[in-house]
Ligand binder design. Structure first.
Ligand SMILES: Nc1nc2c(ncn2[C@@H]2O[C@H](COP(=O)(O)OP(=O)(O)O)[C@@H](O)[C@H]2O)c(=O)[nH]1
Ligand SMILES: [Mg+2]
Length: 403
């Protein structure tokens, strides 16, 4: 499973975003991942469940369904803050870079309100530079990868040019921990028209472009333009968009408050909603009412939502290009072997086939896969079928080991 990592300079709002993202949405008990690490948390993707369209009442097992909205758990990584010079150990430096290795996509938190400088110190709103917030992350990563390569470049050139080894092989060894695969390396060499048999002839600027492109491909970025509850953020969001980034305007703090209020039963709110309902105004203190009113005016009415759900969804569905698929055992009743209707949703990389789904469910099922049935159309599909968003699929396998 590929993961999104939350990164950015200090005080951009990473911890607040992480807290908001990983607070279980109301009515959903915390989902326990068995091997969860301390800096990882569970967030939820929000999709319209197929239960409505198919006119069934579902019994979700690996996810939750609230009023036809499915919440699917995914893990996210909280990375330590990064400042300029991290690649030479400034700030938490290398610790940041070690954490980021595991991420396949980055949610870069920028302070769109511009109320912090590039090291994260507070300044007057409007003074900071949100583009710089993103560049810090990009450039520190680039320098770091560049450093990894250049410390070994002479040796690599020697073994490649004496035909003892292949360039992509050497680079893979060096960079696979960063999730830079042989495929990414091949593509990048091609794209930039580099000569892989003569790396010693690459210019400094070619090597730098190579590194930048590897980083872009292996750690695609989506920007959380945070603190949109502050008026100056409007300008910050505009600047980030103009710079060409994929931007989601976010108020991490507003989302955190809404989820907590929902958890306490004070309001009715699901992550991603464009508004909330007070459940019992009498139970709210004057301060709580005021805070909620401000969130309504400055965030929900102005921006449409807090953006937190949107950024989680975008990270997994657009940047990592996953799609949700429902495996069922019985293609007529849409149930598992215990009679649960639409019990599970799996998220798979786009382009996945029924056999990939079978493997995701269970290795045995993958190994003994014969064919699949598209439960919606009631037709048999082969192993080359490309799964589509929201497919309901029954896998037919050779005699499965009974448990
Ligand atoms: N106004 C506003 N402040 C926020 C928001 N998110 C975080 N903050 C504040 O920004 C400061 C830094 O937040 P924190 O999450 O600790 O940042 P980190 O250092 O990046 O983890 C704290 O005072 C937060 O309350 C937001 O959406 N709006
Ligand atoms: Mg923090």
């Amino acid at each position: 499973m590929e993961l999104a990592g939350i990164v950015g300079k200090p005080n951009a709002g990473k911890s607040t975003l992480f807290a908001a993202m990983t607070l279980a949405p109301v009515e959903i008990a915390n989902y326990p991942f068995t091997t969860i690490k301390p800096n990882r948390g569970v967030s939820y993707l929000r999709i319209n469940c197929v239960c409505k369209e198919l006119g069934v009442k579902d019994n979700p097992r690996n996810s939750r369904c609230v009023d036809g909205i499915r919440f699917i758990p995914v893990e996210v990584i909280d990375c330590p803050g990064i400042i300029r010079g991290a690649h030479v150990g400034r700030g938490l430096g290398l610790q940041f870079l070690d954490e980021i290795r595991q991420a396949s996509a980055l949610i870069v938190v920028a302070d769109a309100s511009m109320s912090t400088d590039s090291d994260g110190n507070p300044v007057k709103p409007g003074v900071g530079n949100p583009i710089e917030d993103v560049r810090i992350v990009e450039e520190e990563l680039d320098y770091w990868i560049y450093g990894l390569l250049s410390e070994d470049w002479k040796r690599i050139c020697r073994v490649v040019e004496s035909r003892v080894s292949k360039l992509v092989e050497e680079l893979s060894k060096k960079l696979s921990g960063l999730r830079i695969t042989g495929k990414i390396l091949d593509e990048t060499i091609d794209e930039l028209g580099l000569d892989e048999s003569r790396p010693s002839k690459w210019s400094e600027s070619q090597l730098l472009s190579f590194v930048r492109r590897l980083r872009e491909k292996s750690k695609p970025i989506i920007v959380a333009a945070n603190k949109i509850d502050i008026p100056e953020a409007e300008e910050g969001v505009r600047m980030l968009r103009e710079a060409g980034y994929t931007v989601v305007p976010v108020s991490a703090e507003a989302e955190r408050i809404l989820r907590m209020a929902a958890e306490k039963g004070l309001i009715k709110y699901l992550p991603g909603d464009s508004g909330f309902e007070m459940i019992d105004e009498g139970k709210l203190t004057a301060n709580q009412k005021k805070a909620l009113k401000l969130i309504e005016e400055r965030v929900l009415e102005k921006w449409g939502s807090t953006g937190v759900q949107e950024i989680v969804n975008k990270a997994y569905f657009e940047v990592l290009r996953y799609i949700p698929v429902y495996p069922v055992e019985d293609p007529e009743k849409l149930t598992d072997k215990d009679g649960n209707v639409l019990p599970d949703v799996y998220i798979l990389p786009s382009g996945s086939t029924p056999r990939d789904l079978a493997y995701a469910v269970h290795t045995d099922l993958g190994k003994t896969f014969l064919y699949a049935i598209d439960a919606r159309r009631k037709i048999r599909i082969g192993e080359n079928y490309e799964l589509k968003w929201g497919d309901v699929i029954s896998i037919v396998a050779a005699a499965r080991r009974s448990s």
